[in-house]
Design a protein around this ligand. Structure first.
Ligand code: NG6
Ligand code: CA
Length: 514
């Protein structure tokens, strides 16, 4: 990609700019717009192009079929915050003990002095914006939700931020724009606690009669819009989001961002809330599938992606925009509410035949849909190269002529653009503080204490008293543990794992799951 760097340097030194009269655009600088579409809990098998037949996803399929569809594309973790941490910083989540599923009151877990993907792009001349789910913490300990909330996305490189703080199932259930709660009435201040309820406030535990969606496990604290959440919230009535409108709200903000910044190179990180719980499809999408709410919100997400593509098309930006679509972790059907997603799943295979799911060290925890699309620049194809979201920082740096590199982020722009097949040789995967090694076609999961099956979500976590060794080429579903029959390979994998991970990777108990 040297040509991009040369062009960028020429432009940066004013050589191109001074001898052309047209304005400085991203295209001239070799700096396409970059849009990362980041779904929440979308599984490997949830997308048509990855094998789904019960859920129609024509827009995701279009990106996959006209771009590169990665079959070994990984999220860095089987849960949200750690994945997002790695994707944003280029650093493995297990290096930061705070990178675990965060409550809505958690402080920011990214050091504001450290390199991030948006900071790198900003330094290269990009406008940077985030719309959607954040879940990396806000503030530095105690947040007053009625004042400017900082540090947050603005302090780690996003010039524009329209976000929800944590998850759709956690308080505060409000949108935050550049540090301020949107639509807040100062006479009705917001109070948030993850410890105890505020006197007189209804909860899902005590007031089930107020619920339109019943909780199954967890999710029995404050009630907002007839849905009880994790955490307690008081006040802020006028600012509370309407769950069924969330997809439309984020979409419009993302479209506005594109239109506002269409003349400059921009980076838009569009973090969809679907198909995370609570699944609240807009009425237009209720019944879009036979699978219940989870299928319906995936169709809704796909529609949003289609609308975003239409905006890029109508603004004439398709040839000058690299789009990456992926998911923060693998799928789960029942993640805490009775929404029929588990009882009506039928023959749909959300994991695409991989073992495990969200929270799991088995493949379905982290191997996710991973698609890169750039009209006119990327030739359609399928790539089996191993690539991780942690690699985006260094790879996109090369694209825009930056030499910045994330600590664990491997530069593989050629792979991302389908011009090379040499993916990672080693990758550490993480799931609720446990780690495993993928190397070549092999995966090694060290012994971990804790239950093998998370009973409530019905997902195998990958815990075992024994080492596990699988050959993914021959055994995609991780059924044949070869640890005993192939001790040489096991030893080699353990050595590589400990070299990267250190020997103190712990027999960590499951703290977050029952
Ligand atoms: C779990 C929640 C789950 C989900 C998850 C975070 C319970 C029992 N379960 O603790 O519903 O919110 O955290 O999901 O509360 S993630 O995709 O943001 O990592
Ligand atoms: Ca998630």
């Amino acid at each position: 990609m040297k040509i991009y760097r040369v062009l960028f340097l020429l432009l940066a030194t004013g050589i191109i700019a001074s001898c052309t009269s047209s304005p400085k655009t991203g295209e001239q600088a070799g700096m396409p717009n970059i849009v990362i579409i980041y779904a929440d809990d979308l599984g490997y098998g949830d997308v048509g192009a990855y094998g789904a037949t019960e859920i129609k996803t024509p827009n995701m399929d279009r990106l996959a079929n006209e771009g590169i569809r990665f079959t070994n594309g990984y999220a860095s973790s089987a849960t949200c915050s750690p994945s997002r941490y790695a994707q944003r910083t280029g650093v493995y989540p297990w290096r930061n003990k705070n990178a675990k599923i965060l409550p809505g009151t958690a402080p920011l877990i990214i050091d504001t002095e450290k390199l991030t993907l948006p900071k790198m792009l900003k330094a290269a001349g990009y406008q940077t914006g985030i719309v959607g789910k954040w879940h990396l913490g806000l503030g530095d300990g105690v947040v007053d939700w009625n004042q400017h909330i900082s540090p947050g996305p603005n302090e780690v490189g996003f010039e524009d931020a329209f976000i929800m703080a944590a998850t759709q199932d956690r308080v505060p259930t409000v949108y935050i724009k550049n540090g301020y709660v949107v639509g807040l009435d100062p006479n009705d201040p917001i109070e948030i606690s993850y410890q105890k309820n505020f006197p007189g406030e209804a909860t899902g535990m005590d007031n089930p009669e107020l619920l339109k969606l019943k909780w199954h496990h967890g999710h029995y604290n404050s009630i907002v819009n007839g849905i009880s959440r994790i955490g307690y919230m008081k006040g802020g009535e006028a600012a509370k989001w309407v769950d069924e409108n969330m997809a439309d709200t984020f979409l419009v903000k993302a479209q506005d961002y594109i239109i506002t910044h269409k003349d400059e190179p921009f980076f838009l990180y569009y973090a969809l809330q679907q198909p995370h719980v609570p699944r609240t499809p807009h009425a237009r999408f209720v019944g879009a599938t036979d699978l219940g709410a989870r299928g319906d919100v995936i169709v809704e997400a796909d529609w949003c992606i289609g609308e975003l593509l239409l905006t890029l098309e109508s603004e004439g930006l398709m040839e000058n925009t690299l789009i990456i679509l992926t998911s923060d972790n693998g799928p789960v059907l029942n993640d805490g509410y009775y929404d029929e997603s588990d009882t009506r799943v039928g023959t749909h295979k959300q994991t695409g035949g991989l073992r495990g799911g969200k929270y799991s060290l088995f493949e379905a925890g982290t191997r996710v849909p991973f698609i890169s699309y750039w009209k006119g620049q990327i030739e359609a194809g399928v790539s089996n190269a191993v690539i991780s979201q942690v690699d985006l920082l260094s790879s996109l740096a090369t694209l825009v002529g930056s030499e910045s590199r994330g600590q664990d982020s491997e530069e593989m722009l050629d792979v991302l653009l389908g011009r090379g097949q040499q993916g990672r040789t080693e990758l550490i995967l993480e799931a609720t503080s446990r780690t495993a090694l993928r190397s070549g076609d092999w995966i090694m999961i060290p012994p971990y204490a804790g239950r093998a099956l998370a009973a409530q979500v019905k997902i195998e976590l990958g815990n075992s008293d024994e080492y596990q060794l699988y050959n993914l080429k021959e055994d995609r579903g991780e059924q044949n543990n070869l640890a005993t029959s192939n001790p040489e390979k096991l030893e080699e994998m353990i050595a590589t794992f400990e070299e990267i991970r250190g020997s103190d990777y712990g027999q960590i108990q499951q703290l977050e799951l029952k």
